[in-house]
Design a protein around this ligand. Sequence first.
Ligand SMILES: Nc1ncnc2c1ncn2[C@@H]1O[C@H](COP(=O)(O)OP(=O)(O)O)[C@@H](O)[C@H]1O
Ligand SMILES: [Mg+2]
Length: 271
Amino acid sequence: MSPERDRAAGRGVGETGTVSAIAPALGADLPVRVAPEAAEVRVRGLVHRYPGRDGAAPLQVLDGLDLDVPAGGYVALTGPSGSGKSTLLSVLGGLEVPQGGSVVVHGTELGGAHARDLATYRRQTVGFVFQHFGLLDTLTAQENVELATMLAGVPRRRRQARAAELLADVGLAPRAGHTPLELSGGERQRVAVARALANDPALLLADEPTGNLDGASGERVVELLEGLNRDRGLTLIVVTHDPALAARAHRRLDLVAGRVVEARRAEDTRG
Ligand SMILES: Nc1ncnc2c1ncn2[C@@H]1O[C@H](COP(=O)(O)OP(=O)(O)O)[C@@H](O)[C@H]1O
Ligand SMILES: [Mg+2]
């Protein structure tokens, strides 16, 4: 990793990318430090069910799902409400343990991973952006972003500089000292994007990131996410209800009956 690319990727020179690039090749279960390159996602036969309440049958949400996303890919995932889109993102994000099948992200097998390893994976490999922002209302934008790096053990001075830099990247330097309640929805979501980037993720997952935003602020968030994919090469998976947003991805997939299918193009569905 060259200093030039580090800078282009918004990283301080030498912050990442030395041990990391070779760690997977050493055969470590989980890399010591995440490689700065984009993540490849390979899912085979993923099964996920939720237990039924009061003797009801379990709900089979994901049913032998296969998914391939190349490193640097940009996939939009659509599907009816309740079809399992958030469940799939939770599994890819290491928030839910795969119950069956194989899920390999950036060389890490999540199926059967220990809780501790999943926590490391969540911290080092993925960035998550949620519909409801998921920011702490009592902390400023700056502190919300810093918190993510604090959990990764980054020293205080570097943490502060990093958070300020990320907030500047998303156009929020002047708003850094404000709490979420003092920010607009679009600004909150841009803070959430900055937070998702705090630890240089290789995979960015966004669950209906524009669902709570008006057209203009949604557009700005989408452009931000797309820029991260285009300019930094981050692998991007976006769940959305919005066909216009989905159409912008490299590839559109639908979640149907617990599996992923190629989405029909708009021109196929007219008529
Ligand atoms: N923690 C949970 N416990 C039980 N059922 C759940 C849980 N999370 C989601 N579900 C159910 O699983 C199905 C898929 O949910 P979800 O992945 O959130 O769908 P989507 O994001 O596509 O709307 C829904 O029927 C939902 O009610
Ligand atoms: Mg959902």
